[in-house]
Design a protein around this ligand. Structure first.
Ligand code: PLP
Ligand code: ZN
Length: 419
């Protein structure tokens, strides 16, 4: 079978990989690896986990997360086996992810997979952290990249390298959804390629490294996994990695419970799951004006891969999981408590996960002896600024969201002009 194969979760057929993102529309593809046991490779960063990445080769970019046993915050909460997976910049703990979020676990594996299947110009639509991660990786390995991003998120678009000329930025005067719509049109141009979001097995298996790294460190699967979600792709990835680790056989056979957290003013996955729905209903998606009220707009995804086979709803039901809607003051308190106890700054989305853990502990729904994995999906930005000065990318073109319905395709012409 080679190193890996792809299986459609709807028809169960094996699908050949031509950078393939789907077979049946209502199902994800999932990677099956020839290596049943995970052996770390003598390669840098994420490439140590090469056995379980859907690529043949590797590239000279890709820092791994770090897992450590918490002392300060564990004591604060009265927990005895709290582990932190930290995707960010904290050299004192061996963490060197310079764009400070776990999106940088996805970008190297995804770009490597793209190179191996006929390289095309990559198009990423993002509200910030994904764009930053792909820009950092593309700048390190010299790959062409088009970023489509809301104007309001441009402040998040920086890298620690010099800004290269292989990256183009299209800023949309609209929201994240408008950026996706425009991104889809750019991807349809010959020679361009969509990254594919949750449908891309390389993105999911890249994020799955959080669980792999943690389990190798803890020597066991955790009982509970806490993460802040917008799309929930990281939650799917943690579940899939756990399936592989159970099959590996060395880390126990109990599936971890997923504890996934959203920001209360905009929480479609929470709403659907609490309503016992296996698809997101229109009434689950708040009006987009609510996004302004969230603790962080990073998590406000209007169309997450929830109902799709192998998606978030399946991940929650197969792991006997839970979803939280975190209030802004809870997130604020959690951030302060965590930062004081652990001595590192974290990004706002990560504070949403911390708050979910605090709430579970307060409610007594977690045994203090349980092994808990807290995914700090982003952090160390203040710490990074002691060592680096971020270089901001500018927009090559600004597009008005109202022009997106332009039937004459004048926008595409404008875009072609900057590429
Ligand atoms: C994207 C992001 C998340 C949410 O990830 P999912 O794709 O929903 O799993 C959480 N935290 C940070 C810092 C992020 O950038
Ligand atoms: Zn199929």
């Amino acid at each position: 079978m080679g190193r890996y194969r792809l299986r459609c979760l709807e028809c169960n057929r094996i699908v050949e990989d031509h950078y393939t993102l789907g077979c049946h529309d209502n199902a994800l593809l999932r990677t099956e690896y020839a290596e049943r046991t995970l052996t770390l490779k003598n390669l840098p960063g994420i490439w140590q986990f090469h056995d379980w990445l859907p690529v043949s080769g590797s590239m000279g970019s890709g820092d791994a997360p770090v897992t450590y046993r918490s002392e300060g915050f564990a004591q604060e909460l009265g927990l005895h086996n709290l582990y932190i997976s930290f995707s960010g910049y904290l050299p004192e703990r061996g963490a060197f992810i310079k764009t400070c979020s776990f999106k940088e676990l996805e970008s190297p594996a995804t770009l490597q997979r793209s190179i191996e299947h006929g390289n095309k110009t990559f198009v990423v639509s993002s509200a910030g952290n994904t764009a930053r991660a792909f820009a950092q990786t593309a700048s390190e390995v010299g790959l062409p990249l088009v970023i489509v991003i809301p104007v309001s998120c441009m402040n998040r678009l920086w890298i620690t390298n010099d800004v290269p000329d292989n990256i183009r930025v299209i800023a949309v005067d609209g929201d994240y959804y408008d950026a996706i719509v425009l991104g889809n049109r750019v991807e349809s141009i010959d020679g361009f390629r969509s990254e594919g979001g949750a449908k891309n097995v390389a993105r999911r298996d890249g994020m799955g490294i959080v669980m792999l790294d943690a389990v190798l460190r803890m020597k066991t699967l955790p009982r509970h996994y806490f993460q802040a979600i917008g799309s929930g792709t990281g939650g799917i990835a943690a579940w899939e990695a756990s399936i592989r680790l159970i099959r590996d056989g060395r880390f126990g056979d109990r599936m971890p419970h997923l504890h996934l957290a959203q920001s209360s003013p905009f929480a479609p996955i929470f709403n659907a799951w609490s309503g016992n729905r296996n698809v997101i209903a229109p009434e689950d998606v708040p009006d987009k004006s609510r996004i302004e009220e969230t603790y962080t707009d990073i998590l406000s995804n209007r169309n997450p891969p929830y109902g799709i086979k192998g998606g978030v709803a399946d991940a929650l039901s197969k792991t006997d999981g839970r979803v939280y809607a975190i209030e802004n003051d809870e997130a604020h308190d959690a951030k302060q408590r965590f930062e004081a106890a652990e001595g590192v700054d974290i990004l706002r989305p990560a504070a949403i996960a911390v708050a979910a853990l605090c709430r579970s502990v307060d409610a007594g729904s977690i045994d203090p002896d349980d092994t808990i994995l807290l995914n700090i999906t982003g952090g160390g930005l203040s710490r990074l600024k002691e060592d680096y000065s971020p270089n901001h990318l500018g927009a090559d073109l600004v597009v008005d969201a109202n022009d997106l319905n332009d039937p004459t395709d004048g926008i595409l012409e404008e875009i072609m002009g900057i590429l």
